[in-house]
Structures are given as structure tokens and as C-alpha cells.
Design a protein around this ligand. Structure first.
Ligand code: NAI
Length: 342
């Protein structure tokens, strides 16, 4: 995976070098939960994207000021604010990509699954509105527990008759960002060059970095593999504990989510070479949803990269089998919730 902002910048430079006028791309992006810890820095990063013409910020409160503040940045994207349920439908009209970081974050001692009761309902209600107002949009789910909220979103979309599995994504980019950073630090590599696929899901042991598939190819001792894997799996908790009650990862998450939005927009814009890891409907394993590298295109997921699952090390193969029961349970919990309370 190449850094998408760098690629955009390079593209713009090439166009300028060739005296070709940069094309004005005109994608609309909506953030639901835009006044929150993730929502605000994510809105700032998306406001910087040359591919965005309009940025819709929706939240149940405090979003007017965020939009007023952002709108003073002299980048082209127009920023519009929408507050409360009465304005939710309008925030979604004509939107190409919807990003959902709405909900409560973890406090020390909590697992992502502890957030289920509150966030499941929030995601359900928001995705119902997405189904009614922009059923063709790419949907990026950030709200935890992702392993359950994505299956909930899928069920809601099915109930509304508009489910397109190629356009529903659980955002796991932060796991890749963390894996890349920690591997680069450990092996003294240039950060921009490092790419580690992370598969499985987005909670504890369901997060499985495939260090044997890291690019550039590097060798790790067994101890390094264990240490890096556990650190990547617990990196969210590292931040929750350091923030000591003030929330979970917001800035690194916003960075990761902005990268995933940028990749989606590049795919929508016709770029033929866009790959990201994401938690999506999948047939790579016996589980109905699974995070893997995916190729993105104009219509969403174009292909799942099955090659990452071939030739795993013994450590990775064991970890893959070990994560399946927990991931299965989280998926089934989400499906059961959405089917029980349509
Ligand atoms: P936050 O509490 O700072 O912000 C959440 C925002 O959602 C608030 O502005 C709140 O008003 C809004 N909100 C609540 N109910 C809403 C509704 N029905 N409609 C629209 N907006 C609503 O939380 P933060 O730190 O931004 O985290 C958000 C979520 O992202 C949490 O569930 C957290 O666990 C998750 N997260 C996911 C990560 C991932 O890798 N996928 C990483 C880090 C956090």
C-alpha cells in the first residue's frame, strides 16, 4: 500500500509538469458523528482532499461550530453542517462516501464489545437513513465493535432491499497503519516503504498482522513476531490507557480513516491500482465477514486478495484458527441484533 496523500500529490505534480490542467473531481463525502474525537480531525483531513467538492458534517450536537471553523480553510471542498435527526436525510442526499464514526469510545478496562449495546443502535439507525437516502454510496463503518457493527449494517441494508456487499466496509486501516509504523521502527525501515497486511477482524486477537507478508521483505525472530503481533493487537488499548478515561484513538484513527476515504475516492475516480485492507463480506474463509486486502474499483470491492492467506507461517496459521471462534461470535451477535429488532 502506498501512502495515498503522497500519490495524490505526485499525480497533481505530474499533471502540472505536463501542463495539463488538474481535473476537478467532485465527490461528496458525509461524516456521521462529525463533532466527535475522530470526526473533527477526520473532517479536517478530508477538507484537504483535492477529490472532494462537498463535505457534509452530521452529528446530534455541536457540529455547527466545527463546520464554521473548517469552512475558513482555503481548500476547495465546501463544508455544510447538519444537526439532529430532522437533518439526517439531507446530510446524505447525493453523497458518494459515508463515513460513520458515531458512537461511544472505550474507557480503560473496557473491550470493544462492551460498546455493543449503545453503538449497535446508533449504527442501525444511521444505516437505515443511508439506505433511504444514498443507497449507492460506499459506507465506511468506524464505530466499534466493528466485528459486529458491519454485520448489523449489512442486515439493515438487506431489510431495506439495497444491500451491495461490495460497498460496505469496516474500517481496519488503523491496524495497518500501526503495523507499518511498529515494523518500520523495529527494523529501522523507511516508513513510506512499509506495508503489512492485517487480516481477520478489528478487536484483540481477531487482529492478525501477517508479518511474513510484510513489504519490504524482512525477517523476524520468533520473539519479534510475538512482540509485534501482540503490540499491534493491543495498540488501541495502549492509547485508551494513556488517555486515562478521555477516550480512545482519535488522531491516528482520523489519519487512517482519511487514508481509506482517499483510497475510495481514487477508486471512484477510476484509478486502477487501489488496494486497502478492510473488514468486508468475504468468502476467503468459512466466516461471512473477514478483513483482508481488497482491490477497490468504481463499484466498490473488485477482488479479495486470497494470495495473502496462502503460505502462512505456522504462527500465523495457528493465530488464524484461534481468532475464528471469537470473530464468528461477534458476527453472529450483530446479525442476531439486527434480525431481532428490525
Ligand atoms: P466521541 O465520543 O469523541 O465522538 C462520537 C460522536 O458521535 C459524538 O460527537 C457524538 O455526539 C456522536 N453521536 C452519538 N450518537 C450519534 C448519532 N445517533 N448520530 C450521529 N452522531 C452521534 O468518540 P470517538 O473517539 O470519535 O469514537 C467514535 C467511535 O469510533 C467509537 O465507537 C470508537 O470505539 C470507534 N473507534 C474505531 C476505531 C477503528 O479502528 N475502527 C478506532 C478508534 C475508535
Amino acid at each position: 500500500l502506498r501512502d495515498s496523500f503522497t500519490q495524490i500529490a505526485q499525480k497533481q505534480n505530474e499533471r502540472t509538469d505536463n501542463c495539463v490542467r488538474p481535473q476537478a473531481s467532485a465527490f461528496k463525502v458525509a461524516i456521521l458523528g462529525a463533532a466527535g474525537g475522530i470526526g473533527q480531525p477526520l473532517a479536517l483531513l478530508i477538507k484537504m482532499s483535492p477529490l472532494v467538492s462537498t463535505l457534509h458534517l452530521y452529528d446530534i450536537a455541536n457540529v455547527k461550530g466545527v463546520a464554521a471553523d473548517l469552512s475558513h480553510c482555503n481548500t476547495p471542498a465546501q463544508v455544510l453542517d447538519f444537526t439532529g435527526n430532522a437533518e439526517l436525510a439531507n446530510s446524505l442526499k447525493g453523497v458518494d462516501v459515508v463515513v460513520i464514526p458515531a458512537g461511544v469510545p472505550r474507557k480503560p478496562g473496557m473491550t470493544r464489545d462492551d460498546l455493543f449495546n449503545i453503538n449497535a443502535n446508533i449504527v442501525k439507525n444511521l444505516v437505515q437513513a443511508v439506505a433511504d437516502n444514498c443507497p449507492e454510496a460506499f459506507i465506511h463503518i468506524i464505530s466499534n465493535p466493528v466485528n459486529s457493527t458491519v454485520p448489523i449494517a449489512a442486515e439493515v441494508l438487506k431489510q431495506k432491499g439495497v444491500y451491495d456487499p461490495k460497498k460496505l466496509f469496516g474500517v481496519t486501516t488503523l491496524d495497518v497503519v500501526r503495523a507499518n509504523t511498529f515494523v518500520a521502527q523495529k527494523k529501522s525501515l523507511k516508513l513510506i516503504d512499509v506495508d503489512v497486511p492485517v487480516i481477520g477482524g478489528h478487536a484483540g486477537i481477531t487482529i492478525l498482522p501477517l508479518l511474513s507478508k510484510a513489504k519490504p521483505s524482512v525477517s523476524f525472530t520468533d520473539e519479534e513476531v510475538e512482540e509485534l503481533t501482540v503490540r499491534i493487537q493491543n495498540a488501541g488499548t495502549e492509547v485508551v490507557e494513556a488517555k486515562a478515561g478521555a477516550g480512545s484513538a482519535t488522531l491516528s484513527m482520523a489519519y487512517a480513516a482519511a487514508r481509506f476515504v482517499e483510497s475510495s475516492l481514487r477508486a471512484l475516480d477510476g484509478d486502477a491500482d487501489v488496494y486497502e485492507c478492510s473488514f468486508v463480506q468475504s468468502d476467503l474463509t468459512e466466516l461471512p465477514f473477514f478483513a483482508s486486502r481488497v482491490k477497490l474499483g468504481k463499484k466498490g470491492v473488485e477482488a479479495l486478495l486470497s494470495s495473502d492467506l496462502q503460505g502462512l507461517t505456522e504462527y500465523e496459521a495457528k493465530a488464524l484458527e484461534a481468532l475464528k471462534p471469537e470473530l464468528k461470535e461477534s458476527i453472529e451477535k450483530g446479525v442476531a441484533f439486527a434480525q431481532k429488532e428490525p
